[in-house]
Every structure is written in C-alpha cells, then in structure tokens.
Design a protein around this ligand. Structure first.
Ligand code: IPE
Ligand code: IPE
Ligand code: MG
Length: 290
C-alpha cells in the first residue's frame, strides 16, 4: 500500500474547502512531513494476517497516523519538550506559531475519529467497527498516549523499571496495541481468545522492542555529549546488552506464540518483527567504542 497517498488523499477530503487555510497548512505540515509511517504499516501487516479487507482497515490505519502526528506536534511545544526540530525539519510551532500548532494537534483528533466512519460506509460490520473505534479512542486518551505523557511527569530518579515500563506501555505502546489489535476487532476475533491473546502478547513485545531500539539509538548518538542517561531511558536501569537481549528475547517468544496460533498467515507481522530485530542488532554500544 502507498501510505503517503492514502494519508494525504484522506487529509484533503476531511479538511475540505471550509477548513481555514492557516489551520489546514499547519495540519498538513504536521502530518505530511516525512515520517516512517510505522503504525499504519504495522496495522496493514496485522490486517493481512487476519484477512481484513483494506477498505475496512485503511481508514483506521490513516486515523492512527493522524493521532500519532497530533501527539508529536504537542510533544514538541515549548510547554512540553520544547523541541525545534522533528523529522529533520523545524517543528510545527517554529513554522506556524504555538497557537496554530496547538490547534492543529487538537483538530487532528476529531478528524481521525471522523475518518473511521469511512470503514462503516464500505460495509464494515457495525459491531466490529464499534470495538475497533473504542480501542482507537482509548489508545488516544487518558488511559492511552495522553495518559502516558502525563505519567512521565510523575517519574523521577527513584522510579523503578516497572514504573518506567508502565509509562512506556501507554506513551508508546498504546498506539502499537491499536495498530495490531484494531484489525483483530475488525476480523471479529474475540478478546480473551488464544488468537487475540497471541496478538496482544506480540504487540507488547513490539512496543517494548520499539522503545528499546529508540533508547539504544539515542544512547549510541548522545554518548559523546551526555554523561548519563535520562531517567526515562530503559538504560538508566539496565545495561546496553541487557536491554537489547530482553527485547530480542521477548520478540522471539512472541513470534513463536503467534506462529503457533496463526500459522503461516502471520508472515507479514513476522517480517516487521524481523526488521525491528535488525534495528536492535545494529545499535552500537557506546561503551564498547574507543
Ligand atoms: C516517535 O515515533 C515517537 C516515539 C514513540 C519514539 P516514530 O519514530 O514512529 O516517529 P516518525 O513518525 O517516524 O517521525
Ligand atoms: C514522543 O515522545 C511523543 C509520544 C510518544 C507521545 P518522546 O518525547 O519520548 O520522543 P521524541 O524524542 O520527541 O520523538
Ligand atoms: Mg519529545
């Protein structure tokens, strides 16, 4: 699937002619700057594994990417991380100002929820749509990414690894869970069934793996300047090799369980997990460098 096209075309449609041009420009910038589109690709892999029609899953995958874009725009604001660059370009508020960046992020949330109605219009069964929609909403809200961002404020130097993982499970994990489990709802798989639980387990391993790879890459880049790791890095609790090993092991176990329950159908998900393992393997331990 061509995600740039899928994401851009739907954005044009939802913004329509009546969105004020200043707001439309800030929204477009936030969404269309070059991201990896990892969450839609993950949802595509899950949908393929479960034989969900594209017309049912793609609106949810695009919506998920818009929600992700909203979190990044707000995360970079001066009152949050106060970052000047994102995806190699100036952050939204640097280009459009704080007020419009705030509104662009705000607007992406209802826009994403509205977009999921497209699945219903193409014949997605209402009961399945309702479960998928409810998961997307939860993953966004106080028990999802937004809750995770707030939970990060509660961490300090005395926080445990468990508390850190709990924060990451919301901040990063919630949207990965949505990517993998929304297709399970669209396919009518019962929560609590072995098929659902194998996907849930895979998603947890994937979220942890993604966060670990991110932390390892940051450590490899920042080692020269920084004396230690920030308290939100898993590396403030475990060694470089341990973080890598734990993530790889969790992924391998999750792959086996997925294969056991979903058989050869899960190849698209295994492919992405393979890519993530390569990323983990490629991270250079700064401690081993001279
Ligand atoms: C960045 O996510 C934020 C984290 C959860 C670490 P991505 O690494 O997926 O960012 P983009 O979308 O490719 O820019
Ligand atoms: C990004 O988080 C925003 C969310 C995951 C909600 P971070 O602050 O940890 O990541 P970067 O470094 O800005 O991409
Ligand atoms: Mg940030």
């Amino acid at each position: 699937l061509n995600w740039e096209q899928a994401i851009g075309e739907r954005l044009d449609r939802i913004l329509g002619k009546d969105t004020p041009p200043n707001l439309a420009a800030a929204i477009r910038y936030g969404v269309l700057t070059p991201g990896k589109r990892f969450r839609p690709r993950l949802m595509e892999a899950s949908a393929r594994t479960l034989s969900v029609p594209d017309s049912h899953s793609v609106p949810f995958a695009v919506a998920l990417e818009w929600i992700h874009a909203f979190t990044l725009i707000h995360d970079d604001l001066p009152c949050m991380d106060d970052d000047d660059f994102r995806r190699g370009l100036p952050t939204n508020h640097k280009v459009y100002g704080e007020a419009l960046a705030l509104l662009a992020g705000d607007a992406l949330v209802p826009a994403a929820f509205e977009l999921t109605l497209e699945s219903l219009a193409t014949g997605c069964p209402a009961a399945a749509w309702r479960k998928a929609f409810s998961l997307l909403v939860q993953a966004t809200g106080p028990r999802g990414v937004i809750g995770g961002q707030a939970r990060e404020f509660l961490l300090d130097a005395t926080s445990t690894l468990e508390e850190l993982k709990r924060m990451h499970a919301l901040k990063t994990g919630a949207l990965f869970d949505a990517a993998i489990l929304i297709p399970a709802h669209l396919a009518g798989i019962e929560s609590g069934s072995p098929r659902f639980e194998a996907l849930e387990n895979f998603s947890n391993a994937f979220g942890l793996g993604f966060q670990s790879a991110d932390d390892l890459e940051d450590a490899a880049e920042e080692h020269d300047e920084a004396a230690g790791y920030t308290q939100t890095s898993i590396l403030s609790h475990l060694s470089f090799q341990q973080v890598r090993q734990n993530a790889e092991q969790a992924l391998s176990e999750a792959e086996n369980r997925l294969r056991g329950v979903h058989g050869t159908h899960c190849a698209p998900l295994l492919e992405l997990s393979h890519q993530l393992k390569q990323k983990l393997a490629a991270a250079q331990d700064p401690g081993s460098r001279t």
